[in-house]
Design a protein around this ligand. Sequence first.
Ligand SMILES: [Fe+2]
Length: 230
Amino acid sequence: MLEEFAEGIWLANGPAVVAAMGFRYPTRMAVIRLPDGGLWIWSPVALDHQLKWKIDNLGPVRFLVAPNHLHHVFLSDWVEAYPEAQVAAAPGLAEKRDDLSVDITLGRTPDPAWADVIQQVRVDGNRITTEVVFFHQPSRTVLVADLLQQLPVGWFRGWRALVARMDGMVGLEPAVPRKFRVAFQDKEAARTAVRRILAWRARAVVVAHGAPVTTDGNALLRRAFAWLDD
Ligand SMILES: [Fe+2]
């Protein structure tokens, strides 16, 4: 369930969700403890009693973060459980979910409430979604929701397995799926964002759909985005 990944950051796996065309995705969230003890929760997964009990033992929930407009499915349950928490969402989510009240729209620079320990880069120029990529400085961990994916081999069956392999969703390491690559209308904007992400010199990379990478994160990120320079 909720496990410490490094000092000040925890990960939890959630149950799979079903997306477009019946594709099931494993889910993962991250919890970061801010210097004041409050919790910053990235891409929250389904909330059950056990997870809530563990979260409550870590500290008060201050922020619920939707890193792109696709990761919002469980937000309302979290808002109900933690009404005092602020919702911080990527551009596009407020329009999509007018039932949610978005307190902070994620921009190019981190909110002062978390800027001491978390940096962020907004990856502009993609038709599918505008994702905000985060960096937990103390553990040098980059958080990526959908721009990088690595579903376990054998996760999909039949035609979906074929499509997933062709799309680059299933591979030796997290990669940018082909559908996201072709959706970059503005490659220069993407290159600028990736340069800033690489400047973090990450140790670890946590993706929402795939296994975390714990060493040489920066080398992985460089390989994953090398196609942008083609
Ligand atoms: Fe996703």
